[in-house]
Design a protein around this ligand. Structure first.
Ligand code: GLY
Length: 274
């Protein structure tokens, strides 16, 4: 399979590259002025992260910070630890952050990048299906507080996104199926071919070695790109008569999904609830 480059237009354009074994592309995305890279990764993925770290270490001074997985990483405490580490390493505005993990890692890492010196470059390397088709694309970053999820954050578009399908080979099947919730959502809101592919071959649709899942990932990312280019900051809405329904269309199925998550005491995966 050759790599596919999906372009995200707008004021801060970037590419989402979908393929396999993409680590070598990182130096091409990080600008020439970058000297130090903070590699913010889900610590449990240390083996998977090794090839990426090898590429980065050949070109940059790398500060590797292993973070808690899942929502436990989206806290002010973890953000503080990252800021402290960046400060101690003398990170400047021309340095960069690379995130490696699921959606919680890209959210936290994006937030750290958005806030350090009022914004440094960030490249996301999502490792879950959910993060590939949703969190890593579109520039939303954030952390949770006692008052609720994602209440603190900012829009900070990445300099690039590397969707390495090989990372799905070791993703637990339950995570793959949960990610499929957001893929199918994209089918309902914009691309019925997604629904056809899943309905005619549900097993192939979740096979990380076959050709169907890559097509689903690409199609879902295209849907997300179209939405965020039309309404990056979620200001358009169905009520204001705008031509495009706006970013809130991405919340299709989420009202019920969030209610289910809450009723289940957040023991259920987000994608499963959706
Ligand atoms: N996850 C919904 C959005 O990116 O707007």
């Amino acid at each position: 399979m050759s790599d596919t480059v999906l372009h995200v237009g707008g004021a801060s354009p970037y590419d989402v590259v979908v393929g396999r074994g993409l680590a070598d592309r990182l130096p091409g995305i990080l600008s020439d002025s970058v000297q130090r890279v903070a590699f913010l990764y889900a610590a449990e993925l240390d083996e998977l992260a090794e090839p990426v770290l090898d590429v980065l270490r050949k070109a940059y001074d790398v500060l590797a910070l292993g973070l808690p997985s899942g929502e436990a990483t989206k806290t002010a405490e973890v953000a503080f630890q990252c800021w402290d580490a960046l400060g101690a390493a003398g990170f400047t505005r021309s340095d960069a952050v690379v995130t490696f993990g699921g959606g919680a890692t890209t959210d936290l890492g994006g937030f750290v990048a958005a806030t350090w010196l009022r914004g440094v470059r960030v490249v996301h390397v999502p490792t879950t299906l959910l993060a590939m088709v949703d969190a890593a694309v579109g520039g939303k970053t954030g952390i949770n507080t006692a008052a609720g999820k994602n209440l603190v954050g900012s829009f900070h578009e990445p300099a690039g996104v590397l969707v390495d399908l090989d990372t799905l080979l070791t993703l637990p099947r339950a995570e793959l199926v949960a990610g499929m919730g957001e893929v199918i959502k994209c089918g309902f809101i914009a691309d019925p071919v997604i629904l056809d592919l899943v309905e005619t071959g549900p097993t192939a649709a979740t096979d990380p070695r076959g050709p169907v899942l890559p097509e689903l990932v690409e199609r879902a990312i295209r849907v997300k790109i179209e939405v965020v280019v039309a309404d990056l900051k979620e200001t358009a809405g169905s009520e204001d008569g705008a031509a495009h329904p706006g970013r809130e269309v991405l919340n299709y199925g989420h009202t019920m999904g969030h209610a289910i998550e809450r009723a289940e005491g957040y023991t259920m995966r987000h994608g499963e609830a959706v």
